[in-house]
Design a protein around this ligand. Structure first.
Ligand code: SAM
Ligand code: SF4
Length: 440
């Protein structure tokens, strides 16, 4: 029998990393590692990292410095780094951080058990080779967890868009679509375990299948997923405006299981900035998409990502981003200060903006969006919404779930309702969530 050891797994960044971490935990279970929430008890610490912004990368180094002391006290503890920082830095991490035992890149998750077993014998290794697309088809993370009613299912990896600010194509590699048969099989298995809602996940799901011979396109995939018995709700993220087809817009009017929410990052409101970002659409095209979505699905909730302080962004450009927020009336926006990333085209642009100005623009944008978000949340007051109950709230005595439009609702009700779809009257719209009461 294998002796059980403890794994402390720290995940940074996007849902893609969360999904990879689930796979990491599954792979390491096979060689005797069980998860712990306490790093001081761990036999193995793994940091699954993000490098999309410099700040995320710095966090990883700060954690590694902290673990130096732990390693001094317990020299047998193993420390590994995976994910996007690992892909970017590779071997350099082992050279610069003597207490680090191994490094694995974004295409090398499957090598992890071997790396850990070698590290247990004292070998320090780095594996960051990209794998060609055909071999990668068998290496998609599969969701093996047993709990929850709502799960993410990876349908594609990598990105070919090369937005001028973004490191993802360099650290995640070329875009590849997973086989539709594998996706449908995984979702059928999740449904059989009681999962009712799935979110199809990729950097740019709208281009699913377009580069694979004989593969379904995204709309056909969505339709087939919605026919799987037991799946009551369907979502997808992230969408790229340049690939959002008319057929996909129509799905929101035709598919009752498709939730009334789209995450559609604009990144900026000015055509000059959008062009410098290499986004492939104009402000007018973006707004036309939003208009069509709202026409097909009245009340649809739109969220987005915005970058402020892109090189060369003038005050007038920035005001166009503010006016975009007003025109779209986003439910919520993830907003980021532009961060210069190695290898990207924008890193070489000359007209970078001061940190102080970038921060001021972010504060202005946040203030405007907070107001829109609150007004939008209040607009739900008195309405009746279907809520899929996901768990017990941190606020005692309450359960929480999401409406179709992806807003969180807290409800004072019996925890036995977790996992069920219930009808709820919204009693109050707050800044970050809604309050509701069960309908009789
Ligand atoms: N593929 C998705 C898309 O195209 O919208 C998102 C991928 S990225 C991990 C998530 C968000 O991070 C982006 O939408 C963008 O707003 C932000 N981001 C990416 N690179 C950035 C950078 N260099 N500085 C600031 N924000 C950045
Ligand atoms: Fe990055 Fe653009 Fe690809 Fe999104 S679409 S991952 S922002 S390069």
């Amino acid at each position: 029998m294998i002796k059980e050891k403890l794994l402390y797994l720290q995940t940074f960044g996007c849902q893609m990393n969360v999904s990879d971490s689930e796979k990491i935990a599954g792979l390491l279970k096979d060689i005797g590692y069980r998860p712990t929430n306490d790093s001081s008890l761990a036999d193995l610490i793994i940091l699954n990292t993000c490098s999309v912004r410099a700040r995320a990368e710095e966090k990883v180094y700060n954690h590694l410095v902290q673990y130096k002391g732990l390693k001094r006290k317990r020299p047998k503890i193993l420390i590994g780094v995976g994910g996007c920082v690992a892909q970017q830095e590779g071997e350099r991490l082992l050279l610069n951080i003597p207490h680090l035992d191994f490094v694995f890149g974004t295409h090398n998750l499957h090598l992890l058990p071997e790396l850990v077993l070698s590290a247990e014998k004292g070998e320090r290794q780095s594996e960051t080779d990209f794998i060609d697309n055909d071999s990668r088809l068998d290496l998609f993370p599969v969701d093996n967890s047993t709990n929850g009613v709502s799960r993410f299912v990876t349908v594609m990896q990598g990105c070919d868009n090369f937005c001028s600010y973004c490191i993802v194509p360099y650290v995640r590699g070329r875009e590849i679509s997973r086989r539709s048969a594998d996706i449908l099989e995984e979702i059928s298995q999740l449904a059989a375990k009681g999962v009712k809602e799935v979110t199809l996940l990729g950097q740019n799901v709208n281009s699913y299948g377009l580069k694979s011979n004989g593969e379904l396109d995204f709309v056909t995939l969505l339709r087939q997923v919605s026919e799987i018995p037991g799946i009551e709700r369907l979502r997808f993220t992230t969408s790229h405006p340049k690939d959002f087809s008319r057929q996909l817009i129509d799905c929101f009017g035709e598919m009752p299981k498709l939730c009334k929410h789209v995450h559609l990052p604009a990144q900026a409101g000015s055509n000059a900035v959008l062009s410098a970002m290499n986004r492939g659409y104009s402000r007018e095209e973006y707004l036309s998409l939003i208009g069509q979505l709202k026409a097909v699905s009245p009340g649809i909730q739109i969220t987005g990502d915005i970058i402020v302080g892109f090189p060369g962004e003038t005050e007038t450009d920035f005001q166009e981003t503010l006016s975009l927020l007003e025109e779209v009336r986003y439910t919520d926006v993830f907003s980021f200060i532009y961060s210069k990333r190695p290898e990207t085209k924008a890193a070489g642009y000359s007209d970078h903006i001061s940190q102080k100005e970038k921060q001021m623009r972010l504060d202005r944008l946040l203030a405007m969006q907070r107001k829109i978000t609150l007004e939008n949340n209040r607009s739900f007051e008195g309405s009746v919404q279907e809520v899929l109950v996901e768990g017990e709230s941190r606020r005692g005595g309450q359960i929480y779930g999401r409406i179709s439009g992806n807003r969180i609702v807290n409800i004072t009700a019996n925890p036995a309702l977790v996992g069920q779809m219930v009808k709820v009257t919204i009693t109050r719209g707050e800044q970050n969530s809604l309050q509701g009461e069960l309908c009789n």
